[in-house]
Design a protein. Structure first.
Length: 268
């Protein structure tokens, strides 16, 4: 059983959040300010000092707010890494097989490389029965979002965007995902948004499906690999991810509890 190896992939990412410190506008590369550094920064600013914003509780509020975002982000990154590992183990894919990126031309004449979180190329699946099963899932998924049959027949695989949840209505993020879908189809891949929780905005879900994204969400007991992340992984890929999370929930809860405890106390 791969439980311990898989668990460490997720825990290593979650633990990054425990080191979160707010940056207070110091830039993305800055490691963040300690409580003492924060009090020097805000205490030396006359306006903030007048309002008492150099209060340690203000630092704690910033740390908790940013730390909460970090926890969600790191859970997502850890599960993305776990998903690719499962694809490699269950489908016999190489590290490179399970990755997908493409270059986007920029007005400057340069290019920008963009990535999605996972890829399955049908011809790379080693087991013939699994390959047929995955191909049937692709055809059914494409039909569900009304992909033209002539396009569906040319698809050589699937690319995945992995999210722990999708509650934001950030138009920039949505437009980028729509562009990703267009590039996926241009390279003969079915784009699939794989959401690990049930937390996805209904308007976003409708918009993505209109742009011919296959969407899986974290529903349990649906017995439908065309709508459920966990049914897809168990019935198509061949791994019971819901069972893995259920078996290891005490460890995961304990880790999150410890991290939240640190984030809610001002760091010196």
């Amino acid at each position: 059983m791969n439980d311990e190896r898989y668990l460490q992939i997720v825990l290593e990412r979650i633990r990054v959040s425990a080191e979160y410190r707010p940056k207070f506008g110091r830039g993305s590369k800055d490691k963040g300010l300690s409580l003492d550094e924060f009090q020097v920064l805000y205490g030396s600013d006359p306006f903030y000092s007048w309002f008492g914003l150099d209060n340690p509780l203000m630092y704690a509020a910033h740390q908790a707010a940013g730390g909460m975002t970090s926890v969600y982000r790191q859970i997502g990154i850890g599960c993305e890494q776990l998903f690719r590992t499962i694809l490699q183990d269950c489908l016999g894919l190489s590290v490179e097989d399970a990755k997908w990126s493409y270059e986007l031309p920029l007005p400057s004449g340069n290019t920008r490389r963009l990535h999605l979180d996972g890829r399955v190329i049908l011809d790379k699946i080693k087991d013939e029965a699994t390959r047929r099963r995955f191909h049937q899932w692709m055809k059914d998924s494409a039909s569900l979002v009304n992909v033209d049959s002539s396009v569906s027949a040319t698809l050589k695989g699937t690319v995945f965007e992995i999210r722990q949840g999708y509650k934001s209505k950030d138009s920039k993020r949505q437009n980028a995902d729509i562009a990703n879908a267009a590039n996926a189809y241009a390279q003969a891949y079915l784009p699939c948004a794989l959401i690990l929780s049930t937390q996805i905005d209904s308007d976003v879900q409708l918009r993505y499906r209109a742009q011919k994204w296959s969407i899986l969400t974290g529903v349990i007991g649906a017995s439908d690999p065309l709508s459920s992340t966990y049914d897809f992984l168990q019935e198509v890929v061949g791994y019971d991810l819901a069972g893995f999370f259920s078996r290891n929930q005490d460890t995961l809860k304990s880790e999150i509890d410890s991290i939240l405890g640190k984030l809610l106390v001002p760091s010196l």
